[in-house]
Design a protein around this ligand. Structure first.
Ligand SMILES: NC(=O)c1ccc[n+]([C@@H]2O[C@H](COP(=O)([O-])OP(=O)(O)OC[C@H]3O[C@@H](n4cnc5c(N)ncnc54)[C@H](O)[C@@H]3O)[C@@H](O)[C@H]2O)c1
Ligand SMILES: O=C(O)CC[C@@H](O)C(=O)O
Length: 528
């Protein structure tokens, strides 16, 4: 008999499947502290949670029989995936079940914002018949900017079109063809902030998306724009938004999610007449809660019964002998993918992966997963893992070309990656040097020798005297210390690159100052 613990309020209809299973005993205990959960989790084969239960490393360690953790929802921010992977615990989620509810909540917020419904309701029930203060705006012929055109963003676009809105969508994975299929105009964040009357964000929270709608974007924003966030707190900079509202640039905002949840009673959104809020209710519908509970219950049953399952968000099992050969390449593979994603511009179309030398004789599909994880995490954040990396690439029409060749350019092993986007094609090669660890040995076919770790600056420029000095002066003036530096060129005076390991994160203003130097082409910061 398998024992399943449900530790958050989850739809009873959704978990009926577990109740009906003759080989499963279901226990429900909600509101447990970490200590209380640790004290009982040792008896259970599976744990089913929503977002309240924090499934920490301690909980995983106490769960000595635990085979699976199921999250009835999308975000797995409350589950320590690394600890689960280390202990061989499969973590699954329900990525599709609450898409429509969250999309509809976004629209409810958008319309409430356009017509001041919460503010008008408050006054009316307070006894005031105020028909002057709440002049709204129509949606028809207005521009909606959608940042993040995944599951929810695409559904929002479809509904906006039914309201006669013009939609501009931005997503690094959205090609012109997909935009056309969805009936939206593909634009940049800049296009959205300068042209949109309503802006809604639907990305995960990653290093790249944190504060992606911030001070700089509000400074360029179309006057009177309205902002909606039903994705994750922190994608829109809350302080910068308040300043923009108070300065009269932004006409109003509707937020379901906050940088800190729940927000404190002093949070400026809570009593501002132009801001409307809900307590993370995007997925709170009968249907969504039933859907996610059904999806996750089905998969938990498969895992417990040792049957094939889907929606795993952590690592697949790798046979021991293969693991031994591949393990030394895991980190370099992922870092190479991340490196290349960070320096390549445009919508991703193809990833070419070539293994040579001693890597030609082994099944490298796990390394492919690490590479894809590195590439895709840059855009999709912590939602990407070794189990779903292939699927995510495929579902976004990213073509993966795997090759093996004997040409090693003198190295015992070599991994060469090429990313093709709608704007450019860039490549890097990396190796594991016996006794010296991982090295990037070529960038766009320029030979280099770079340790893939920490913070790097990658510069493309024209090979002219004085370039190194000018760059060093700008970094020195801004207190950025250079640890190592590599210069690569093919011909004297031609195109060249510089790669620098620096001791700290380089502020955007400093990167802009470097980009403005004569003969510079591109300057990118890479964080590994
Ligand atoms: N409020 C709620 O209750 C609720 C419910 C469900 C989901 N969510 C959240 O909504 C968000 C979207 O969920 P989804 O199911 O549509 O996810 P999804 O993975 O289908 O879509 C996210 C999209 O964001 C894009 N993206 C990543 N980085 C980007 C960037 N820098 N700029 C533009 N686009 C970028 C990705 O390419 C992807 O297409 C997630 O943060 C999710 O956790 C909130
Ligand atoms: O209501 C919930 O369970 C959170 C929903 C949402 O944030 C998710 O990530 O699925």
């Amino acid at each position: 008999m398998f024992k399943v613990l449900i530790s958050d309020p989850i739809s009873d209809q959704g978990i009926q499947l577990l109740h009906d299973a003759s080989d499963v005993q279901v226990d429900k205990q909600t509101g447990l502290s970490e200590d209380e959960l640790c004290a009982i989790i040792g008896e259970y084969d599976a744990l089913l949670v929503r977002s309240q239960t924090k499934v920490t490393r301690r909980v995983m360690e106490a769960g000595t029989k635990l085979k699976a953790v199921g999250r009835a929802g999308v975000g797995v921010d409350n589950i320590d995936l690394e600890a689960a992977t280390e202990r061989g615990i499969v973590v699954i989620n329900a990525p599709d079940g609450n898409t429509i509810s969250t999309c509809e909540h976004t629209f409810a917020m958008l319309m409430s914002l356009a017509r001041n419904i919460p503010q008008a309701y408050k006054k009316t029930v307070g006894g005031e018949w105020d028909r002057k203060s709440f002049l709204g705006v129509e949606l028809r012929n207005k521009v909606l900017g959608i940042v993040g055109m995944g599951r929810i963003g695409s559904e929002v676009a479809q509904r906006a079109k039914a309201f006669g809105m013009e939609v501009i969508g931005y997503d690094p994975f959205m090609t012109e063809e997909r935009a056309e299929k969805l009936g939206v105009k593909a634009g940049s964040v800049d296009d959205i902030v300068t042209q949109a009357d309503f802006i809604t964000v639907h990305t995960p929270l990653t290093n790249e998306t944190r504060h992606m709608i911030g001070k700089e974007q509000f400074a360029k924003m179309k006057k009177g724009a309205r902002i909606i966030n039903c994705a994750r707190g922190g994608i829109v900079d809350e302080n910068a938004l308040m300043d923009a509202i108070n300065a009269g640039v932004v006409a109003g905002a509707a937020f379901d999610v906050f940088e800190e949840e729940p927000p404190t009673s002093e949070h400026p959104f809570l009593n501002h007449p132009k801001v409307i809020v809900t307590p993370h209710l995007g997925a709170s519908t009968v249907e969504a809660q039933e859907n996610v509970a059904i999806d996750v219950s089905e998969q938990l049953l498969h895992i417990l019964r040792n049957e094939p399952f889907k929606n795993a968000v952590n690592m697949p099992a790798v046979p021991g002998d293969v693991l031994k050969k591949l393990q030394p390449y895991f980190v370099v593979s992922e870092k190479m993918g991340s490196f290349l994603a960070q320096i390549t511009e445009g919508a991703l179309q193809e990833i070419q992966i070539n293994f040579s030398g001693e890597l030609t004789d082994v099944d490298t599909s796990t390394l492919v997963r690490y590479i894809l994880k590195g590439v895709l995490s840059y855009h999709l954040g912590s939602d990407v893992n070794l189990v779903n990396a292939n699927h995510l690439a495929k579902s976004r029409d990213v073509h993966i070309v795997r090759q093996k060749s004997s040409a090693t350019k003198g190295f015992t092993n070599l991994i060469t990656l090429t990313l093709k986007t709608n704007k450019e094609e860039r490549s890097i090669a990396g190796t594991l040097l016996n006794g010296y660890g991982a090295r990037i040995v070529a960038i766009d076919k320029y030979p280099v020798d770079i340790e893939p770790s920490g913070t790097l600056i990658l510069v493309s420029h024209n090979d002219k005297p004085g370039m190194i000095g000018r760059l060093g002066t700008v970094l020195g003036n801004n207190d950025v210390n250079i640890a190592t530096m590599q210069v690569g060129r093919k011909i004297i005076g031609g195109a060249a690159i510089m790669a620098l390991n620096v001791d700290k994160h380089v502020p955007k203003e400093v990167l802009d100052e470097l980009s403005a130097l004569p003969e510079m082409k591109t300057v990118k910061e890479v964080i590994l």
